[in-house]
Each structure stands twice: as C-alpha cells, then as structure tokens.
Design a binder for this molecule. Structure first.
Ligand code: TGC
Ligand code: FAD
Length: 406
C-alpha cells in the first residue's frame, strides 16, 4: 500500500507488520553453512512473531518484556557457544553472531539482555568458574530460570575499570564486599550478579552474588531515552557476606572482566548490523511507496545516494564480522580486531539510522516505524562495552605499540 494515507490508523496498520527482508548484496549466504542458516532463520521467525509486535509498546512504556525470557532461551540466545553439557547451545561463533544480529534487528535492548546473560554471566562462570559453579549455575542461566547481570563499571570508573574501588576483605570463612556499580544492564531483575572487586592486595577478582544476600540491592535507573526496553540499574554492596565458594577461582586481574568483554563486543559487532539492516530495509520499502512530486521518492537521486551508501557500509560491515567469526572459530581473533569490528558496526548502524530516519520525513520520528527507536538505542551501544573513542585507542595501541590511554 502506498504511503499516501491520511489517517493515523492506516499508517499504523501498514507499519506494524514486520516485513523485514535482510539485505545480502554480496551473496554472503553462500558463506554460511546449512546450520548457520537454520539458526538465523529460526531466530528471524521468532523475532517477527514474538518481538516485533510488542517491542514498540515496551520501549514507549520503558518495560523489559519478561515474558520473552523462555522464548529467548529456546532459540539459544543464552550462551550460544556454551557446550550442551552445561545447557548451552554448543554453537560456533558465526551462529552466535547471527543470533545477535537477528535479535538486535528487533531491538538492541533485548540483544543486550541476551549478551549480558551469555557473554558476561555464563561465559565467566564457564571460563573461570569451578566445576561446582558451572554445574550449579550454567543450566539455570541457559534455560532462563536465572537471569544475571555483570557489574564492572562504577560511578567514577567507566572507561578505566582498572581503577575500581569496590573491594572485598577476607573474613576467614567469607568475604565482605563493599562498594557500588553503575549502569548495569539486567540488574533490577537479575537473580545473580557477576561482580568485579579488588582484594586487599588490590587484585581484581570475580564473585557470584545472589540477590538474596543481605546488603545487596539493585535500584533501577529511570528516565533513559535509550534502551528503554532494557532494565538498567545500580548495584549497591553494603557489607555483603559472600561465601568463599562464590569466588571465581580461575582468573585474577583486569584481564578477567576484559576477557568477558571480548565475547560480548563480538556479539555487538554482529548485532548492531542487524539494527542497521532493519533501518535500511524500512527506508527502502518506504521510499519505493512514498509518492512526492508525482513519483516515488526512491526515484530521486538524493534518496538513492542515501540508500546506496547505507547498503555499501552494511555490506562492508557484514564481510568484516563474518571474517572475524571465522577467526574467532579458529581462536585467532585478537581483542583489538574485535574492538575494530564493534566500533565499525556501531558507527555504521548509527549513520544508517540517521539517514534512514530522514528518508521517512515526519513519519521517521514516530514509533510507527522502528528507526528512531534503533537510533536512540544505538546511542547506548556506541558507549557501552567500551566507547567509540576507547575502541579507536585500542586500535591505535595495537598498530603503534604506544598507549594513548594515560
Ligand atoms: P591494560 O594495561 O591495557 O591491560 C591490562 C591487562 O589486561 C589485558 N587486556 C585484555 N585481556 C583480555 N581481553 C582484552 N580485551 C584485554 N585488554 C587488555 C592486558 O593484556 C593486560 O594483561 P596483563 O597480563 O599484561 O596484565 O589495561 P588498562 O587498565 O590500561 O585498560 C585498557 C582499556 C581502556 C582498553 C580497558 O580497560 C577497556 O576496555 N575500557 C573500556 C571499559 C569497558 O568496555 N567497559 C564495559 C563494561 S560492561 C558493559 O558495558 C556491558 S553493556 C552490556 C550490554 O547491555 O550489552
Ligand atoms: P567515561 O569513561 O567517563 O567517558 C566519558 C567520555 O570520555 C567518553 O566519550 C570516553 O570515550 C572519553 N574518554 C574516557 N577516557 C578517555 C581517554 N583515555 N582518551 C580519550 N577519551 C576518553 N557497565 C557494566 O559494567 N555492566 C553493564 O551491564 C553495563 N550496561 C550498560 C548499559 C547502558 C544503557 C549504559 C549506558 C552503560 C552500561 N554500562 C555497563 C557502562 C558502560 O560500559 C560505560 O558507560 C562505558 O564503559 C563508559 O564509561 P562512562 O560512562 O563512565 O564514561
């Protein structure tokens, strides 16, 4: 139906149906295995059926859709690369990337919940946890029975987490935890939290906290203009007694949390392109149907320039993350390569969202189309998991050998 209607209801009817078709200009599907395509297509169907119809309402009301948790677990969104013996999907990194791409195509906030659960909660337990911790927590996290969060950032230590002040004291049979964390995704509803704190020697250690522990609280941060369908909170630790069995034994130092960030940043590199693809697809469809000056606006050169440039950048990004996935499967992807891809994908997605929004004119600012929501979400994605500038400096350090951080 051409976008020539005058009633809001007509716009509503035509816009709400999720008609997404993924751009694949360089025939990248040919680089995927049958399993990759099966995983991708099943998540795409789930997003169209379960997520797209409700997400605008959730974002407008600033509500996380808790009822989607079992479905997210079922499509393998929680711990896609964690082995099946611990309840994970046991998939490779290309499948993991495709899952994140499809979920973020729906909404970055929902991808965020999945990234945190899989890469920042399940991964550290899997990589650094004891056998008892893995057996106890991982299957419950994979099924969504437990939801988790990851506390690294503090009110005064964001880009420089190594300077954190949250600390533990050894009290003989337990640790005493004090401090606070800020901007923590999933915190308001999380059953467990992976918390990074300094011991008495100043060495960063990881702990598994349970929400029932006395002195632990997780107040929600309100009034966000971005990631409105994701719950973000603080974590406050007031003399929390943490059993010694809850310390992650397998890692010491800042490389512990940074190792988890490699996993999550990798997923974001794929995910942000999903948001870009949705914006491009929406703008393409709209511009072919929207008539001005007696013809579809897609016929005007200036609109074609926008579409052609969007598709070029998306295609470059798709090739980059696919290659990164191959390297990750071979255990050869360096943290700096992951930084480059995260930074590139989010920048691409933000630029595509801004251009796509303009192509929809006034309709572009409404919730009838997903573009403005993606655009606002991406303002968080460009900041969390390492800001745009920090990732550039990681690349700078990698190619020069000289640190520009401090
Ligand atoms: P630096 O001196 O460079 O390194 C210290 C040690 O860490 C090692 N290392 C890494 N190890 C694994 N993976 C990485 N990516 C690593 N980067 C560094 C390094 O080799 C060294 O090891 P060793 O054995 O020699 O001691 O560290 P620095 O303190 O100067 O900081 C470097 C910097 C700035 C790159 C890092 O701190 C950083 O990445 N800052 C950004 C902070 C950040 O990304 N925070 C994210 C918080 S979590 C989040 O945002 C979740 S949002 C989730 C969602 O909703 O999706
Ligand atoms: P700052 O570090 O204060 O940075 C401010 C500005 O200064 C940035 O532009 C930065 O690039 C720049 N800057 C800083 N240092 C340098 C430098 N050396 N050179 C040049 N420029 C510099 N954290 C968690 O631990 N867990 C979570 O689940 C989580 N979820 C989040 C969800 C949301 C919605 C948001 C917004 C954040 C979340 N974060 C989370 C925190 C996020 O990782 C931090 O916001 C981010 O790392 C930046 O830290 P900051 O906000 O303190 O900014």
């Amino acid at each position: 139906m051409p976008y020539q209607t005058t009633s809001a209801e007509d716009f509503h009817r035509s816009a709400k149906k999720d008609q997404f078709e993924a751009p694949d200009y360089y025939l990248l599907d040919e680089l995927l295995s049958e399993e990759h395509k099966l995983v991708r297509d099943s998540v795409r169907s789930w997003v169209k059926k379960e997520l797209s119809p409700i997400i605008e309402d959730c974002a407008q009301k600033s509500q996380f859709p808790h009822h989607l948790i079992p479905g997210l677990a079922e499509i393998g969104a929680f711990g896609p690369t964690i082995p099946a013996e611990y309840g994970g999907a046991g998939l490779d990194y290309i499948s993991y990337g495709l899952i994140m791409q499809e979920i973020e195509r729906g909404d970055s906030g929902i991808r965020s919940a999945a990234s945190v659960q899989g890469s920042l909660v399940m991964y550290p337990i899997y990589a650094y946890g004891s056998e008892e911790q893995k057996a106890h927590y991982l299957p419950k996290l994979a099924s969504g029975e437990y939801m988790g969060c990851f506390g690294l950032t503090e009110p005064n230590h964001g880009s420089d987490p190594g300077s954190m002040i949250t600390n533990i004291k050894d009290m003989g049979d337990h640790y005493l935890l004090n401090g606070s964390k800020m901007w923590i995704s999933n915190a308001p509803f999380a059953d467990i939290a992976i918390v990074w704190a300094k011991d008495e020697e100043g060495i960063i250690r990881g702990l598994i906290l349970e929400k029932s522990m006395e002195g632990y609280s997780a107040p929600e941060i309100h009034n966000k203009w971005s990631l409105r369908a994701s719950a973000t909170g603080e974590l406050v630790f007031n003399n929390v007694k943490v059993p010694k069995a809850n310390l992650l034994p397998g890692v010491k130092g800042i490389k512990g949390p940074l190792g988890c960030l490699n996993q999550a940043r990798y997923g974001i590199a794929w995910g942000a392109l999903g948001a870009a693809m949705d914006c491009y697809d929406t703008a393409l469809r709209y511009s072919k149907e929207r008539m001005q000056f007696g013809r579809p606006i897609a016929g005007f050169q200036l609109q074609q320039k926008k579409l052609a440039e969007m598709l070029t950048e998306i295609t470059k990004g798709q090739l980059l993350v696919w290659r990164l996935g191959v390297l990750k499967n071979e255990n050869r992807a360096s943290p700096a390569q992951i930084s480059m891809a995260k930074r590139n994908s989010v920048e691409t997605a933000l630029n595509v969202a801004r251009e796509a929004r303009q192509m929809l004119g006034g309709m572009g600012i409404t919730g009838e189309f997903p573009i403005m929501r993606h655009m606002m979400n991406l303002e968080s994605v460009v900041t969390y998991e390492g800001t745009h500038d920090i990732h550039l400096l990681i690349t700078g350090l990698d190619i020069t050998g000289l640190s520009a951080f401090a």
